[in-house]
Design a protein around this ligand. Structure first.
Ligand code: PLP
Length: 360
């Protein structure tokens, strides 16, 4: 039997998707070869790619004046490319830092733009989101960048902030498709697939088409979003396996009821875990401000670090794996993306209560 896998990414995939991929591995739709053995420019894969885009558009409600790109290089490459594509050399770009990934985002653009920290919650250990009223935004910023959900620190934006004239750019790597969002409030969103969308190796970038009129900075064709769009995200050989699997995940999410349904499930799953943590009399603790706690990534600590190893060992024996926290924070982390079923979170909640009784 499969374990319940709480990895933050690469993360668990829906079992029906894995089964379908397994079935289609030797012979995709009767062509006598798997989809990953066929040319990306052939009708079979071009069909898979077009369907994936159409399904993603439907799933998360991408407006017609937005383009969708399927890219390589992970979310980190997009963090750099947004500056090359949309900011003039040395132009200010504003960053709101609410965790580790906001810091990597600003690091990627420092060679290209005047990267400014508009607000940061680092001084409180990234346990909050900086209050919008305290942000210092530049008049001439190319864009304002936020991280919608901080995968390591477990904090998330609950609302889309109003940032005035500059377009809002957001890293949605760990929360895309987890709830409905109004994409028209953003200039650009990007996400590595390996949490909510599929296997690692492909990312999606969704951007307002008019932004492509900006000159940006000297860059190679392969790093140019305009060229990527013109070339249908196939300027070079794309990661066809990852694209195909992501397409199956989109179909699965649509069949399960779409992002509205996942938002309901994710609210129940996260509420259950936080209630076990908060109701444990200090045996477990989560330090994030309740109003901004992530519904995707639940970091928590045991009251005594000496219990970390037995917790992980017993959890793994109970079929609950990948609960070790990120090395930057220590402790534990349960990532509970769309593909984590409610039974998995219930099993973890039951295990945590049992462990507390045995060791409390
Ligand atoms: N942004 C967020 C929010 C992440 O969680 C991660 C990875 O875990 C990244 C960016 C980096 O993604 P990648 O490894 O695809 O470059």
């Amino acid at each position: 039997p499969r374990a319940f896998n709480f990895s933050a990414g690469p993360a668990t995939l829906p079992e029906p998707v894995l089964r379908q991929a397994q079935e289609e591995m030797l012979d995709w739709h009767g062509v006598g070869a798997s989809i990953v053995e066929l040319s990306h420019r052939g009708p079979e894969f071009m069909g898979v790619a077009a369907e994936a885009e159409a399904d993603l558009r439907k799933l998360i409600g991408v407006p017609d004046d937005y383009a969708v790109l399927f890219t390589q290089g992970g979310a980190t490459a997009q963090q750099a490319l947004i500056a090359l594509n949309f900011a003039d050399p040395g132009q200010p770009a504003d960053y709101v830092i609410s965790g580790h990934w906001g810091k990597t985002a600003i690091k990627q653009v420092k060679p290209y733009v005047d990267a400014r920290i508009a607000a940061s919650s680092e001084s409180d250990g990234f346990r909050t989101i900086p209050d919008r009223a305290t942000w210092t935004l530049s008049d001439d910023a190319a864009y304002v960048h936020i991280t919608a959900n901080e995968t390591i620190h477990g904090v998330e934006f609950r609302d889309t902030p109003d940032v005035g004239a500059a377009p809002l750019f957001a890293d949605f790597s760990s929360s895309i498709a987890s709830e409905p969002i109004d994409i028209s409030k953003y200039g650009l969103i990007y996400a590595g697939a390996q949490k909510n969308l599929g296997p690692v190796g492909i990312s999606v970038v969704i951007l307002r088409r008019d932004l492509l009129e900006r000159a940006g900075q000297p860059r190679a064709d392969i790093f140019d979003y305009r060229s990527q769009l013109k070339g249908e995200s196939m300027l070079n050989t794309p990661p066809t396996w990852n694209w195909y699997l992501a397409g199956l995940v989109f179909k699965w999410m649509l069949a399960e009821g779409g992002v509205e349904e996942f938002a309901r499930r994710n609210a129940r799953k996260s509420a259950l875990l936080y209630s076990v943590i908060d109701g444990s009399g200090g045996f477990y603790r989560n330090e994030v401000g309740p109003a901004v706690r992530s519904r995707m990534n639940v970091p928590f600590f045991l009251h005594d670090e000496a219990l970390d190893k037995p917790f992980l060992k017993q959890a793994s024996e109970a079929g609950l794996i990948s609960l070790k926290g990120h090395r930057a924070l220590g402790g534990m982390r349960a990532s509970i993306y769309n593909a984590m079923p409610e039974e998995g979170v219930q099993a973890l909640a039951d295990f945590m209560q049992g462990f507390r009784k045995r060791h409390g």
